[in-house]
Design a protein around this ligand. Structure first.
Ligand code: SF4
Length: 439
């Protein structure tokens, strides 16, 4: 075994590669903050980094394959410089990483989601410091315009297709005051938008004393000076309460956008997925949301080709998409995840080419719907929070989560709320002209 020596010198730099959901991105941001506070410099150049962290996702087979591919790319880097630290964290790491250790012997340390300790312990040992004494907090040192705040970890539901409860564990909410304090610190660092994250964010607080809920949390973060926008992800239809819907409707800074995965439009498929609601329950929920927040944008996730899904059942999903008319739909073919209930007890009987066809058909339908919805923005003026520049244009989002681009003029719009008059629309984005200097 190579010792705690980094070719005679201490680790000076780190690089983090991240794949997967916003929770993973938030974990990576937090780990980066901790490593920076220990004096390491962040680099994009993996060949130079003394510490390489891969933050993994196994929700879909394609994601897992990318992680395995990236681990293969990292192996020669480790061979070239055995003293560098290779860390694998995230959902690929289960409670017992023994199999992973055998498969990837060149990985020095494995860490489960949100568990930075094993990585920091090893880096701390190499540096000869007790990292716990060196860190003030895990919040990003130089956050952007928008920052993630994980508010509830884990998931207690057991959808039959999903690996997350096995990897991220039981639900644990962070105390409300801790989240608010983090929002305050982020605002002091110039953050204007916070995104409250949870696998099921609308279950926030049920495990805390006094049982505050997401509505209470939104209300409390709403009072933080400097925070202009608040988003939350991801909601579960069975946990979305009227109190939360009313809070979104009432609180001006809370973005009028709800991501609420339906997964399928057929009751038998929903029951096999153990989603805990029927098609009608879901449609009634959408009605309640739309009557409380008429201008709300809705997005959803759909899995096609789940075990036993017939053509007729797939058509029920298409009907639901046509009926609800979501602003955005993320459509994925079912891929069995080892260890889940579906992979153990159900047959993955929809052929891959049929799954691909269903994905394409659903995407074509959604493209048409999103194009029609976005076309309604033409000629309107919308408020955009600018979060970057892309190919010579400013880029930002509306409260309804529409991506908007406008020309890069003389002014610096970064981090500003800018009025933009929409002149072009596509299913994926809007283009426009700024009106005024923004605030
Ligand atoms: S609600 Fe279902 S799909 Fe979402 S994380 Fe939990 S088990 Fe997975």
């Amino acid at each position: 075994m190579e010792g705690d020596i980094l070719n005679g010198h201490r680790p000076r730099s780190f690089a983090i590669w991240t794949i997967g959901c916003q929770m993973n991105k938030a974990d990576s941001e937090r780990l980066a903050s901790a490593l920076s506070q220990l004096g390491l410099e962040e680099t994009d150049d993996f060949r130079q980094a003394d510490v390489i962290v891969l933050n993994s996702c196994v929700v879909r087979q394609s994601a897992e394959e990318k992680v395995v591919g990236t681990l293969g790319l990292v192996k020669p880097l480790k061979e070239r410089r055995p003293g560098r630290i290779i860390a694998l964290m995230g959902c690929m790491v289960g409670p017992k990483p023994d199999t992973l250790r055998q498969r990837f012997p060149y990985v020095d340390v494995f860490a489960r989601p949100q568990e930075y300790r094993p990585i920091l312990d090893l880096v701390g040992r190499r540096l000869g410091v007790n990292w716990e004494g060196c860190l003030s907090s895990f919040i990003p040192l130089r956050p952007g315009v928008s920052a993630f705040i994980p508010v509830i970890h884990g998931c207690d539901r057991m959808c039959t297709f999903c690996i997350i409860p096995y990897r991220r564990g039981r639900e644990v909410s962070r105390p409300l005051e801790e989240v608010v304090q983090e929002a305050r610190l982020l605002a002091q660092k110039g953050v204007r938008e916070v995104v409250l994250l949870g696998q099921i964010v609308d279950r926030y607080g049920h495990d805390l004393p006094g049982r505050p809920d997401l509505a209470d949390l939104l209300e409390a973060v709403h009072r933080v000076p400097g925070i202009e926008r608040i988003r939350f992800l991801t909601s579960h239809p069975a946990d979305m309460t009227d109190r939360i819907i009313q809070a979104v409707a009432r609180l001006e800074k809370v973005c009028k956008h709800i991501n609420i995965p339906v997964q399928a439009g057929d009751d038998e498929v929903l029951a096999r997925m153990r989603r805990g609601y029927t098609r009608d329950d879901y449609l009634r929920l959408i009605e309640r949301i739309r009557s409380a927040i008429p201008d709300v944008a809705l997005s959803t996730d759909v899995i096609v080709g789940f075990c036993g899904e017939t053509e007729a059942q797939f058509r029920r999903t298409l009907d639901l998409l046509a009926e609800v008319r979501f602003d955005k739909v993320h459509i994925a073919p079912y891929s069995p995840r080892p260890g889940t209930i579906a992979s153990r007890r159900m047959e993955d009987d929809v052929p891959p080419e049929e799954k691909r066809r269903r994905v394409q058909e659903a995407e074509r339908l959604q493209e048409r719907i999103a194009g029609e919805i976005n076309a309604r923005y033409l000629g309107k003026t919308v408020e955009v929070l600018v979060d970057g520049r892309e190919r010579g244009k400013w880029r930002g989002r509306t409260t309804t989560d529409k991506l908007v681009f406008f020309p890069d003029g003389e002014r610096d719009y970064m981090g500003k709320l800018v009025e933009v008059r929409i002149t072009r629309a596509s299913p994926w984005a809007l283009q426009g002209e700024p009106v005024g200097a923004g605030r």
